[in-house]
Design a binder for this molecule. Structure first.
Ligand code: ADP
Ligand code: MG
Length: 697
């Protein structure tokens, strides 16, 4: 019954079915698994004699009289009904709803729910929720046996096209009355434990029993809600577990071997001692690489924790084993910077590094591709140009993806396809909250680099209103006088927006001509040509440019140790992890650094929350959790293709504890292959479609 298309349900028809389909509601199950948006307590009958103006009340009574009245306003008609119970009578008016004359009839039993007002000398309901009681209303029978829209805790649905909350309520009531109690339950009884059965939960979510806590209902926190959310999470997590298992069944053609030669090669390029945190992470990665199954690992660490060198050492191990390495970064600036760093570090090795970005000339690109294909190039650094069809490797053994959450899951898969079951190492720019890591990266193993490299100076973070700009400039000048450098960041909502670009350019002119005429200021933005950008960045890295006025193109990865000031204009407009990333550009050298958040009124509540969070902590793991709370999961990653599931009832922030429960339950249930069989079958046919993600296998 649940899989029946709504179109064929009595009272739906093709027009409404089309409206439903537009929001993804096609079957009976789709409709039943949409939670009401909220609930109203319309239970508790008030005797008509006790009604008070200004209060909301439910009354039951018999229709005394009804009819349409014309008013003095031309064309304006009023439907009016008078209802009586044992204690008195009350009027209910419905402006401009003359059709109700065909609904209400004298002597009917009706329920009215609404706000009481004094109007034209008497107490009345205006536009009350109403219901004609069809069953026999015996004096002491509970009203919620016979009413749907009133006299009980009532579900309020989001309107779907022209399908009102009332129509949905009637339809769902009807469907539930036809639904058997033994509908199939994808959650095994053992797993579900004390939570209600599927049928029970679906009923209680739409038509809660009298006395249910309305606050709990509105918070989706009743057992019925939690059970259905758990079901969704359980299925999702089970799919992830299966996907991971399938990956584990794959075998690399040739696992890497770590011998003295590889160790020596790694030691030769290392410019400093690894921190303990880096050592732990590197050991986990290299252990994976030596296994017969391909690695799927996520490397997390705060901004500046030193993920790049760890990845590079892993790359050396792969290259010592005769394998090629692809290193993908989300922006051209970052790819260029990685390329320069890596080339410098590998200078004294026998390995050859190439760069592959969208801005190469056709001839250079052809040459680069040929060298990658022949194996002359051992390591190639690039943007998503790397996933293009024309790129072929001789023997790709390790894929490193920096700042993963800018890329989609599909891009990860495409790059992997270019090798024969290569090892995959994914790195994130900022830490990812645990719940999101469990979902978007749930099929990856995780390494975390704890702590920062030694000698890092804590960064002082200040928030200042625009009115104190001069004071901020004075502070920047003091740093410049000491020989330090500064970033001034201007927000661009969209790098292609001309208006914004003009504002950034104007800011640059002011800085150069009026504020710091004796220093060199340079402008950097996303619309500049690649070689222009490269020149500006190189000049800043050399110290020839003192103040870098930039848009968010410097957000990730840029690394200039002598820069000690990060001044962020319009800080109220930036996202939290973006601010944290930007701040992470300073505090990288021996000198103490400052990050100034310059904000302009009006500041939204969210904007304020972000600025507060940033001034209160520099711990990226804490900031990530706060960011998730402020923004919600979708916005956290910013793209739909990010590996987040399309959820129907669960909310990754609100229900994060349930997600962890579901994870544990799924892992342990799938441990026993015989008993897990039905679940596995169900998932292989439904999972990808249901969650909008790449399939289970
Ligand atoms: P992130 O983890 O944010 O990508 P990076 O890999 O860019 O950080 O490293 C940040 C800076 O710290 C770089 O300049 C890098 O050379 C330096 N660094 C990394 N590890 C160490 C270490 N163990 N000792 C000293 N400096 C380090
Ligand atoms: Mg980095």
């Amino acid at each position: 019954m649940l899989s029946q298309p709504l179109q064929f349900i009595k009272g739906v028809g093709p027009r409404r079915a089309a409206e439903f389909a537009r929001v993804g509601v096609v079957t009976v199950e789709d409709l039943l698994l949409r939670f009401p948006r909220r609930y109203e307590n319309r239970a508790g009958l008030t005797p008509i004699a006790s009604l008070r103006p200004g209060h909301t009340a439910t009354v039951v009574g018999e229709v005394l009289s009804s009819g349409v009245r014309t008013t003095r306003r031309p064309g304006f008609r009023l439907f009016e009904v008078v209802v009586r119970d044992g204690s008195g009578a009350i009027r209910a008016v419905f402006p401009n709803q003359a059709f109700l004359k065909d609904v209400f009839r004298p002597h009917q039993q009706v329920v009215l729910y609404g706000l009481l007002e004094y109007r034209s000398g008497g107490l009345q309901f205006t536009n009350a929720e109403y219901e004609i009681v069809r069953g026999e209303l015996v004096d002491d029978a509970p009203v919620d046996d016979v009413t749907v829209h009133t006299g009980r805790i009532v579900p309020i649905y989001e309107k779907i096209g022209a399908v009102t909350t009332r129509m949905q309520r009637s339809l769902i009531f009807q469907l539930l009355s036809e639904m058997p109690d033994d509908i199939a339950d994808p959650v095994p009884a053992v797993v579900r434990g004390a939570l209600p059965s599927r049928a029970e939960a679906v009923r209680a979510v739409h038509f809660p029993k009298a006395g249910t806590d309305v606050e709990a209902l509105n918070a989706c926190a009743t057992d019925a809600h939690r059970r259905l959310i758990f079901e969704e999470f359980f299925l999702f997590q089970a799919g992830l577990v299966l996907r991971k298992r399938r990956q584990a069944e794959e075998k690399k053609p040739r696992p890497v071997v770590v011998d003295d030669r590889a160790r020596e090669a790694a030691r030769r390029v290392l410019p400093f001692k690894l921190t303990d945190g880096q050592k732990v992470a590197l050991r986990e990665i290299v252990t994976d690489m030596q296994r017969p199954e391909p690695m799927h690992r996520l490397l997390q660490g705060d901004v500046g924790a030193g993920k790049t060198i760890v990845a590079l050492l892993a790359a050396i191990v792969a290259m010592e084993n005769g394998l090629q390495v692809a290193f993908m970064a989300p922006t051209e600036i970052l790819a260029d910077q990685h390329y320069l760093t890596i080339r410098r570090l590998l200078d004294r090795s026998r390995f050859r590094v190439a760069s592959l970005t969208g801005s190469l000339t056709a001839a250079k690109k052809r040459a680069a591709l040929a060298e990658i294909a022949s194996g002359t190039t051992h390591l190639v650094v690039g943007t998503h140009a790397l996933v293009e069809g024309a790129v072929e490797f001789r023997d790709l053994g390790l894929v490193i993806i920096d700042e993963q959450h800018r890329f989609g899951v599909l891009q990860r898969a495409t790059l992997r396809e270019k090798g024969q079951k290569p090892d995959v190492l994914v790195m994130t720019a900022t830490p990812i909250p645990r719940t999101l890591a469990l979902t978007a990266f749930g099929d990856l193993d995780v390494s975390v680099i704890r702590g920062l490299p030694p000698g890092r100076q804590p960064i002082k973070t200040l928030a200042r209103p625009e009115t104190r700009r001069d004071e901020v400039y004075t502070m920047v000048r003091r740093e410049l006088e000491q020989g330090r450098q500064a970033y001034v960041i201007y927000p661009l909502v969209d790098e292609s927006e001309k208006v914004d670009l003009k504002a950034a350019t104007a800011m640059f002119d002011t800085l150069q001509q009026d504020v710091f005429p004796e220093y060199r200021v340079a402008l950097l933005h996303g619309r500049m040509k690649a070689d222009e950008k490269e020149q500006v960045m190189a000049a800043f890295a050399r110290g020839d440019v003192h103040v870098l006025a930039a848009t968010t193109v410097v957000e990730v990865g840029v690394d200039v140790a002598n820069a000690t000031v990060m001044l962020i204009e319009h800080a109220e407009r930036f996202g939290l992890s973006q601010l944290h990333q930007l701040r992470g550009r300073v505090g990288r050298g021996a000198h103490p650094s400052t990050c100034v958040l310059l904000y302009q009124y009006p500041v939204t509540e969210q904007g304020k929350a972000r600025i507060d969070a940033l001034t209160e902590t520099t711990d990226g793991f804490v900031i990530a959790e706060r960011d998730l709370e402020i923004r919600g999961p979708g916005d956290f990653f910013g793209t739909r293709q990010s590996g987040l599931p399309t959820l129907r009832v669960g909310d990754l922030v609100r229900d994060h504890v349930l997600m962890e429960d579901a994870r544990r339950a799924a892992v342990s249930w799938l441990d026993d292959t015989t008993r897990a069989r039905p679940l596995v079958d169900y998932l292989s046919s439904h999972w990808a479609e249901r969650f909008g993600l790449v399939g289970v296998g």
